[in-house]
Design a protein around this ligand. Structure first.
Ligand code: C5P
Length: 217
């Protein structure tokens, strides 16, 4: 059982991949399973928080007793987060949001024309975490960084660039789709490595650290 360290806190999370349409039946996505974000949503709930989970498409069961909002594209996830965020004290961005979307997506299914491959034009998606962190009445923001190399240097730079007080760094090849995770928490006091553990254990450890950073009410 988990200590009730988040009683009275309202926590908003994003999880899973996004799906950027190419046409009505095709799209660009990534290998995020949603496991870490869902584990954190459950850990926050178990710590006594009121939880809203905004999720891209995943194969996971919806956590019980959590407000659930399904999102597809990065733009729809961004809109859902911006609408929900004023009612929350903490924002945890776990989703693997696509950096780009298809600017010339087709309203009709693309037909194959032999010898004429279509060209997809990409355009940048909004950075959901950075937008929330920049709000005048921003909630306490937590970011994730999955890196394949130079983990801590990239993660520390990301924490400063996105202006989040707490950033969870993990090695990408371990994290995506796996059941366990090796993570380092980065805050103003420096680096806090956690022992390798499953995502449920990692989520509880993140919640414990986060709870200790929240302003006393
Ligand atoms: O820059 P990068 O995508 O590696 O940063 C990861 C962190 O930023 C994660 O917390 C992720 O959920 C968040 N993010 C976001 N919107 C984006 C890109 C990343 O919220 N468009």
């Amino acid at each position: 059982t988990q200590a009730k360290t988040l009683v009275g806190r309202r926590v908003l999370l994003t999880a899973g991949p996004t799906f950027e349409p190419i046409d009505p039946v095709r799209g660009i996505t990534n290998l995020s399973s949603g496991k870490m974000g869902y584990a954190l949503a459950r850990a926050c709930r178990d710590a006594g928080a009121e939880v809203t989970l905004i999720s891209g498409p995943t194969a996971l069961p919806r956590p019980a007793e959590v407000h659930f909002i399904a999102a597809g594209s990065a733009l729809s996830m961004h809109a859902a987060v911006m609408e929900a965020v004023p009612h929350h004290d903490v924002f945890i961005a776990v989703a693997a949001v696509a950096d780009y979307r298809v600017a010339n997506a087709s309203a009709e299914k693309l037909k194959k024309t032999p010898g004429q491959a279509p060209t997809l034009t990409l355009t940048e998606n909004p950075d959901i975490l950075a937008s929330v962190a920049a709000l005048p009445r921003a909630p306490f923001c937590v970011g994730f960084a999955a890196e394949s190399h130079n983990l801590l240097a990239h993660a520390q730079a990301k924490r400063e660039r996105k202006r989040v007080p707490l950033l969870v760094a993990n090695l990408a090849q371990h994290a995506m789709g796996a059941d366990d995770n090796e993570i380092v928490l980065l805050d103003d006091h420096g680096q806090h490595p956690l022992p390798r553990m499953d995502k449920t254990g990692a989520a509880r450890a993140i919640v414990a650290h986060l709870a200790g950073m929240l302003p006393i009410r």
